[in-house]
Design a protein around this ligand. Structure first.
Ligand code: SF4
Length: 403
């Protein structure tokens, strides 16, 4: 049989022989291909990668990673943590050269921390997530060298995003502005009236020159690239004053207007350093002042309800103060127990802080192409910056709750 087959093959022409080999090869390859094409695809990785775009792919990978990936998505930026002290009002000294009748941070002590301790406290705050530091008082410019050291340390060593000062304006000199402006983003000046007699009645100095100083300081701020801001306390002596013309001339980027406030333990009766009860305005008087001025783009009103527990106040010992409802309370010092533990001893309403726009464009006026303009801050296209939502706080326009 084998011999017969060999004889048959020997008689087949070579061309038929080659053709047979080619047909066999085509059949074998086609069968192999069809076999693998018809197999169900059961590789989940290939399937998922075809279905997702790059962003979805990333988020799905993170969620699929569950616990293992959690540590990767938690930010290492402390200011993003839920209870970070994002914006802090620090009162390094209670001393003041004025005697405003409604003052709610009175000179109950003359203590000032040694600078090394103050710096240590600022570092703790920064490590806990502080982004903005406001220095108030007392009158901060009674200690100009201390101010310089604090501001410089915040900017050069800690990299704090924004620094600001609230001052009564009586002790600021142009030389200080020139030498220190690089470490200062915002300068806020208290201004309750443009009438010398009213200022004297309130207790804001006795020379009647507050307005002259105010215009000089506003000019220095423009010269040295510091944002200029005004703070006004509406009280029994100024609730019916029309300030529109002067505010427009001064052109602050922000004008904070507070309703005169009683703080238990500070100014609530005749046993305290101040008794603010005789300076209080009725709600109707407060609304009258707001109605006259609310059309100004820089106008930021803050009634008594808005102030409660929305600020993080740090006193001269670096203890947090709770000036919300009831008697003022004081935490232990952050220098002794740390920032987190001290914050747990007071109430800070961060939700209200955020809802009121407590985080805003708080850099210097020469940053981000933003310039100061008449009672507002305008960019190159002329649109107003930092306008908050309407409605909060007595139905008037408010944008932030910073000092
Ligand atoms: S200037 Fe400020 S700190 Fe000084 S008394 Fe007046 S409100 Fe108080």
């Amino acid at each position: 049989m084998v011999i017969l087959s060999l004889r048959f093959l020997a008689e087949v022409p070579i061309l038929y022989y080659l053709l047979g080999i080619m047909l066999c090869a085509i059949f074998v390859n086609t069968g192999f291909y069809l076999h693998f094409e018809s197999r169900p695809i059961n590789n989940p990785v290939e399937d998922t990668s075809e279905a997702l775009d790059p962003d979805e792919d990333t988020s799905k990978a993170l969620s699929q990673g569950a616990d293992a990936s959690k540590s990767l998505i938690v930010s290492d930026d402390p200011s993003k943590l839920p209870d970070a002290p994002v914006s802090v009002n620090y009162f390094p000294s209670r001393e003041c050269n004025y005697a405003c009748g409604f003052c709610f941070h009175t000179a109950t002590t003359s203590y000032v921390l040694p600078i090394a301790e103050a710096m240590r406290g600022l570092r703790l705050l920064k490590e806990a997530g502080m982004r903005k530091l406001n220095i108030a008082g007392g009158e901060p410019f009674l200690h100009p060298k201390l101010l310089t050291q604090l501001l410089r340390y915040c900017k050069e060593e800690l990299g704090v995003e924004s620094t600001s000062i609230v001052s009564n304006g009586s002790k600021i000199r142009e030389k200080w502005m020139r030498d220190n402006c690089q470490w200062l983003d915002i300068l806020a000046i208290s201004c309750d009236s443009f009438n010398p007699e009213t200022n004297i009645n309130i207790g804001r100095g006795d020379d009647g020159k507050n307005t002259d100083r105010l215009f000089r300081i506003a000019e220095w701020c423009r010269t040295y690239g510091v944002k200029f801001k005004l703070n006004t306390v509406v009280n029994v002596y100024n609730w019916n004053e029309d300030m529109v013309d002067n505010i427009e001339k001064l052109a602050p980027f922000r004008w904070k207007v507070f309703q005169c406030l009683i703080v238990a333990g500070e100014n609530d009766d005749e046993t305290r350093k101040r008794d603010a009860r005789k300076f209080l305005v009725s709600d109707a008087q407060w609304r009258t002042f707001c109605e006259w001025h609310k059309h100004l783009p820089c106008f930021v009103p803050e009634d008594n309800n808005c102030m409660a527990s929305s600020y993080l106040h740090l006193d001269e010992y670096m203890c947090f103060l709770d000036k919300g409802e009831g008697m003022i309370t004081q935490s232990q010092s952050i220098l002794e127990v740390g920032v987190k533990a001290a914050m747990q001893e007071i109430v800070w309403d961060k939700k209200s802080f955020l809802e009121r726009g407590g985080i805003y464009d708080w850099g210097r006026s020469d940053m981000k192409n933003v310039q100061q303009s008449a009672c507002g801050s305008v960019n190159k296209s002329g649109s107003v910056q930092n306008m908050g939502k309407k409605g909060a706080c007595d139905g008037v326009n408010r944008k932030d709750i910073d000092f």
